[in-house]
Every structure is written in C-alpha cells, then in structure tokens.
Design a protein around this ligand. Structure first.
Ligand SMILES: [Zn+2]
Length: 343
C-alpha cells in the first residue's frame, strides 16, 4: 500500500433495514430465495459505497451476505448438523445453543468466492476479506466426532486454506482471520492456535491478517470486560508467538479499551491495524479522538506499518452511527498524515 496510514474496518458493517432487522446480531433475513440473493448483492454495493464515500482505503464486503461471522461459514460445511444442538459456553463467557460436529468436516464448494468476485468487479481499491479463525470456529460448536479441539481446529484450518486460496485468486488483497478466542484460551493459542492459523495461510501470496478483539458491543461482552480489571493484558499472551509467525498484519482493539498501548512493542515489525473506533458505543468519535489513539500507537508501531481501523465489526450499530464513525476514522487518520508530513 502506497498510502500512508491506510484506513480499513475490522469487517462487518450494518445491513440495510430492508435486508435484515437492524442493530441485532444473528438478525433474520427479511427477503427470500432470488430476492434474498439480489438483496445481499445490493447491500454489498451500498456498503462499499458507504466506505468509499467515507474515504476508507482498504474496503470490504461489510459482511452483508452473512448472518454471523462464524456461523455462516460453518453452515456451508458438511459434517456439522445444525438440527442437533447442544448448549456450550462460548469463550468462557455465555451459554449458547450450538450445532454438533457429527462427522468429518469438509467444504463441498466455495463459500464466499462469488461474493468476493462481485466486490472485485465494483472497485479498484484494495480489498480485505474476513474469515473466522480455526480456534474461534471450534469454540462455537459441540464436537461429537473428533473429540479433540486441536484436531478439529486443524481440519478447519485446512478448509479455510482452500477457501483463502480461492479468495486470493478472485482478487482479494488481504485475507483476515477473526480470532477473538485468542484473547481467552492462552495455553491453546501457544500450543497449537497460532500453528493452526499458519496452516490456514499456507501457500498464500496475498497479505494475511489476524483480528483479535474483545468482541462486539453486546451485553455479554461488555459485562465480561467489567471483570477484566484496570489493565487488559490478554494480548501479551499471544503476541510473542504472533511476532515470529508468518501472519503479516495484526488487527487489534485499542480505542477506549484498557489495553496498555506499550504491549504493541511485543509485535514490533508486524503491520498493525490499530482499532481507533469504539464499536461498543453509539457515540461517534471526533477526528481528534481518533488521532489521539493513533498518536499513542505510533510510539510502538512504525508509521509505515500502522493501519487505522475499528476495534471490531460494526454490524450491531445503526447505519447513521457506523457511517459517522467511518468519517471520523478517515478524518482522524488525515490529521496524523498531515502531522507526519510536517515533520
Ligand atoms: Zn472483533
């Protein structure tokens, strides 16, 4: 990327109210069959337009064609029975009724590749595409087949690699894996989590990213954050291993969070997508607030490796708020670009 401080989002953006009920996770579709297929494409185009209008440099599909960042990918795989449900604890935080792994998991056909080709036709801007990470995938399932989290994660990593290679061929510039589970299961991250991630990116020539956050601004997450104390040092556990991994970019939650910014020193040398937009509040940041977070990050991230971004996805927010936040992100990045140019 030639632009200094290229802006992007963590991934998801709100859907139009004619497509799905707004400000809600797992929101049911309002359209069906052919109308739904067309509606998703229209929403993807709109979402791209919103990003371009706000001056976002690295654009995405806004995850307009998926109901949920993990579930939708798994729905396309064989070996998982969505009718057979068990209650499990998600990321040690809340109970949810989840599908069961009943046999060998496999990808019968591409999941998002057509959507990526469609987005590629619409824009010449660099595209980032988000996929769930292997560890986060296993954490939203009940496994009655492999009976080993590591084994199941490894199978998912192989499947993700197939999808990622086809996304790359479709013209995606950055493939991102969402791994909020990296902030919870530290022993597993170091034992096999990062290795599974590297299996997922094996052989890719495009850039790769991992997004690690404290979750959407939903109650289960905000309640959990209240228990984490005054300093959130979770990133410290995974950073040393990630610093020596093959992953190019690390996407993080920074703004309004209690993550000590100096932890970023542990991944010095990597490109960092610095979350400068809080997704857990409808208050729109001022450009100066965004700039202030970026300034702090610049103490630990080299300017040519800093990518201003959002803390997490914005799907549970209103479109008005999300667009306001995109504008603030662009304007805040601009302030810092001018400061750096003046030096
Ligand atoms: Zn996130």
């Amino acid at each position: 990327m030639k632009t200094l401080l290229p802006t992007s989002t963590a991934g998801s953006l709100p859907k139009p109210s004619w497509l799905a009920e707004p400000e809600k996770l797992w929101s049911p579709w309002k359209l069906q069959n052919e109308e739904l297929i067309e509606g998703k494409k229209d929403a993807l185009s709109l979402s791209l337009y919103d990003q371009l209008r706000a001056g976002i440099d690295i654009v995405s599909d806004g995850e307009q064609t998926r109901q949920h960042f993990v579930t939708t990918f798994i729905e396309h795989l064989s070996g998982v029975d969505f009718e057979k449900r068990e209650t499990v604890r998600i990321r040690n935080r809340y109970d949810a009724s989840v599908p069961t792994v009943v046999g060998a998991v496999a990808r019968q056909k591409p999941v998002f590749v057509d959507d990526a080709k469609f987005l590629r036709q619409l824009t010449k801007q660099p595209i980032k595409w988000a996929l769930p990470g292997p560890m986060t995938m296993i954490d939203t399932l009940y496994d009655a087949h492999y009976k080993s989290r590591e084994k199941l994660a490894w199978e998912f990593a192989k499947i993700l690699n197939q999808e990622a290679k086809e996304l790359e061929a479709a013209g995606v510039d950055i493939i991102q894996f969402d791994e909020p589970a990296f902030n919870v299961f530290f022993d597993e991250v170091n034992d096999w989590g990062v290795a599974a991630l590297e299996r997922a990116i094996e052989g890719l020539k495009c850039e790769t990213a991992v997004h690690i956050c404290y979750g959407y601004g939903i109650k289960a997450n905000t309640d959990w954050k209240k228990t984490l104390g005054s300093e959130w040092r979770q990133y410290e556990e995974a950073f040393p291993k990630l610093q020596t991994s093959n992953i190019d970019i690390i996407s993080l939650e920074c703004h309004n969070s209690r993550v000590p910014m100096d932890l970023l020193e542990l991944i010095r040398g990597k490109k960092v997508m610095v979350g400068a937009i809080d997704v857990a509040t409808s208050t729109i940041e001022t450009p100066e607030e965004v700039a202030s977070t970026l300034r702090k990050a610049l103490q630990f991230v080299d300017a040519d490796k800093l990518y201003p971004s959002t803390n997490c996805g914005m799907t549970p927010l209103s479109r008005r708020v999300a667009n306001g936040k995109l504008n603030a992100l662009s304007a805040g990045a601009d302030i810092i670009r001018r400061e750096l140019a003046g030096k």
